[in-house]
Design a protein. Structure first.
Length: 148
């Protein structure tokens, strides 16, 4: 859930079941307190799930929080880049699998970019039309060699 507090406002995060993992991420604003702790912008604090917790915006800007809560899975968690697994060996295997197959196999014969890197931004429609933005605004639509 997200919580948005105006400057000077406060809110109590209610207690829930004991034994849950609960984290509060502070992602918008300048100065807040969670419980009795000052929290730096763009950071998180773990809080007890079975205790009420006070969120206070003590800054001059609107503050926003993301509250995450869940039952522990009871397994180790290892994260590296986009991969989340249970062990470092599994992470290394995921990297190897990705490098070998790109998770689902690229269906084209080459792994080169699908369009030349020097081609400007464009949109290609199912009927064959291609649209390219103009430098001064607007766009040019072409159908084959003709321009409209």
């Amino acid at each position: 859930m997200t919580v948005k507090l105006q400057p000077g406002a406060s809110w109590h995060l209610p207690a829930t079941a004991k034994g849950l993992n609960r984290a509060v991420y502070f992602f918008v604003g300048s100065k807040v307190e969670v419980g009795d702790q000052s929290i730096a912008p763009r950071s998180k604090v773990d809080v007890q799930s079975d205790s009420r917790c006070l969120l206070e915006n003590v800054g001059a800007d609107v503050a926003e929080f993301l509250v995450l809560e869940g039952k522990p899975i009871g397994e180790p968690v290892v994260q590296h880049g986009p991969f989340v697994m249970n062990s470092r060996d599994q992470i290394m295997q995921a990297f190897s699998d990705y490098q070998r197959t790109e998770f689902g196999k690229w269906p084209w014969p080459s792994d080169a970019p699908a369009h030349p890197r020097d081609k400007p931004r464009f949109a290609k429609y199912p009927d064959g039309r291609e649209e390219v933005p103009n430098a001064g605004g607007g766009s040019t639509v072409t159908s084959g060699a003709a321009s409209t």
